[in-house]
Design a protein around this ligand. Structure first.
Ligand code: SAH
Length: 215
């Protein structure tokens, strides 16, 4: 696949659309402008890859809508050099957006086919420093903890204690938590001490579920 002038133009237009929808973090917008989203989709979606919508990526999963990626990434307040743990690699797009911002990214996926495809993408796009693991995200990644940032990209029944434990003091976790009506409330947690967290409840979204175990 190629990243043509046309794709770049569509991407710039998407960035303007996201700006219009309230995304203000310039480093997030620059990363979205830098990562060719059409590479992460099947050829059939190439023409519409820069519309602000989610798409199927196989294995019953979806690549998040660009607005959702931009929203979550903005809440995370990522700075270059920080360590970020992502739960739910999916297509690998979100991990590349974080890597494009200079973060050191570890990403976990429970579905082996998606894990494998994403690894191929990281290599192909020059993001070989993104570290992908075939793991159940409920366990986090204890051997690399603590993390400056943790981002969950699937809808969780609650905030897993394991992930809270793996967040550095002063660090931020962004996680969509089930509201009971088939959608999730975006939660932003800041760890203020060894046992204290500050919680902010934000907008509602709809994610694929955070499931237990590997498959
Ligand atoms: N961040 C992705 C969006 C992925 S959708 C992207 O940019 O494309 C959410 C992903 O979370 C799915 O791929 C799903 O398989 C994965 N997932 C669900 N439960 C999980 C778990 N327990 N551990 C790791 N990944 C999980």
């Amino acid at each position: 696949m190629k990243d043509t002038f046309r794709h770049k133009g569509l991407r710039r237009r998407l960035v303007e659309e996201l700006r219009g929808k309230g995304i203000r973090d310039e480093s997030v917008l620059a990363a979205i402008n830098a990562v060719p989203r059409h590479f992460f989709l099947e050829k059939a979606f190439e023409e519409i890859a820069y519309e602000d919508r989610a798409f199927p990526i196989g294995a019953d999963q979806t690549i998040s809508q660009p607005f959702t990626v931009a929203y979550q990434t903005s809440l995370l307040e990522v700075h270059a050099g920080q360590s970020v743990l992502e739960i739910g690699t999916g297509s690998g797009y979100q991990a590349c957006v974080l890597a494009a911002m200079g973060a050191h990214v570890c990403t976990l996926e429970r579905q082996e086919t998606l894990y494998r495809q994403a690894q191929v993408m990281f290599m192909a796009l020059g993001f070989e420093h993104v570290r992908a693991f075939f793991r159940d995200g409920y366990g986090g990644l204890p051997e690399m903890a603590p993390f400056d940032r943790i981002l969950v990209t699937c809808g969780a029944p609650e905030v897993p204690e394991t992930l809270k434990d793996q967040l550095r003091i002063g660090g931020i976790m962004v996680i969509p938590v089930d509201e009971g009506a088939g959608d999730q409330r975006m939660i932003r947690l800041r760890r203020t001490g060894s046992t204290s967290f500050e919680e902010t409840r934000l907008d509602r979204f709809r994610f694929v579920p955070f499931l237990r175990g590997k498959s």
